[in-house]
Ligand binder design. Sequence first.
Ligand code: PLP
Length: 375
Amino acid sequence: MHYLDHAATTPVPREVAETMASVLTEHFGNPSAQYGPGREARDIVERGRAVLARALECRPEQVVFTSCGTEGDNWAIRAALYQNRRTGKHIVTTAVEHSAVLQCVKQLEREGYTATYVKPDGEGRVSAQSVLAAVREDTALVSVMLVNNETGAVLPVSEIAAGLRDRPALLHTDAVQGFLKVPCTARGLEADYITLSAHKIGGPKGIGALYIGGQAKNALPLLFGGGQESGLRPGTEATAQIAGFAKAAELRMARQEEICAHMAACRDCARESLAAIPDLRFVGPGDAPHILSVSLPGYPSQNIVSELDGRGIYISAGSACHRGKASHVLTAMGLDKRTAAGTVRISFGPETTREDIDALAEALAEHRERRFPML
Ligand code: PLP
């Protein structure tokens, strides 16, 4: 099989699965329990937190585990608005955010907040100037993702942070696609909230983390219940998932430069091979090492994806999260309908090989040759 959809989710390395299995079977205690197995489980949670803190170059107490990236995004947004409730009810975000941010902000609009959605340019890039120009006196929150999941564009989070230094607005960044792929430290980004998710870096699904630092204070919980995670995120800690998240992060950190260089080489190699296909267009800037977005204008992406599926090659139509619907990201970039409808996302990981890329290039070229444009 040729798995080329690492931005949707990643294979879990054997070491990660084994770490999780040993936690499930041997260290099943409740981390809140006072006796031996409870203390062992607590150690696993705290060791996991320390690993993520090392990756983000922050203090362990600034990292809180969540159930996924979506939860982290929703929580950060609501916590920031609550903290800054006296500043106002205006939110600045971008039109290219993941739906975990966009749909949360849309709901907040229904609850009485107002929002400005900053548009990208035709390549999918968003300038710091355009974000900062949208900030008003009553802006309580700016939420800008680090890496776009459809185009691989890297957004200028630290430049936005610098522009917000003297403003009351808090800054959240959804770093789910950027973590361990592009520079992503708490000090470097200077964001008050940073959302992470494990399953994009070789960890299990169903576990994420939120960095809460900078000007963020006394974060309002999203859920109310027990005192876990210092009372910030109640619910018995998902010890096996936390251990798997930490193991995956450690494996990536140990070879981070090599893995990023490998993914970038795969992206560049795919770009070169696919450039030979007549009419094929590259969509987006391809900044991030792991994402390449291309279009065969007029050839519906769903058909491309299903034909490649039949050949054991797995890529996604735009974004796996928006199956069947026109992508809001491509629409915001102003792509014409034929180009947007023909866009597929190819994404790479440490396991990607030259054979995967050759198989993809051959299959896409054959699709272009054999099928007729339908749009
Ligand atoms: N943010 C971005 C940019 C993503 O790509 C994703 C997942 O596709 C998410 C948030 C949601 O993360 P999770 O699947 O852990 O909820």
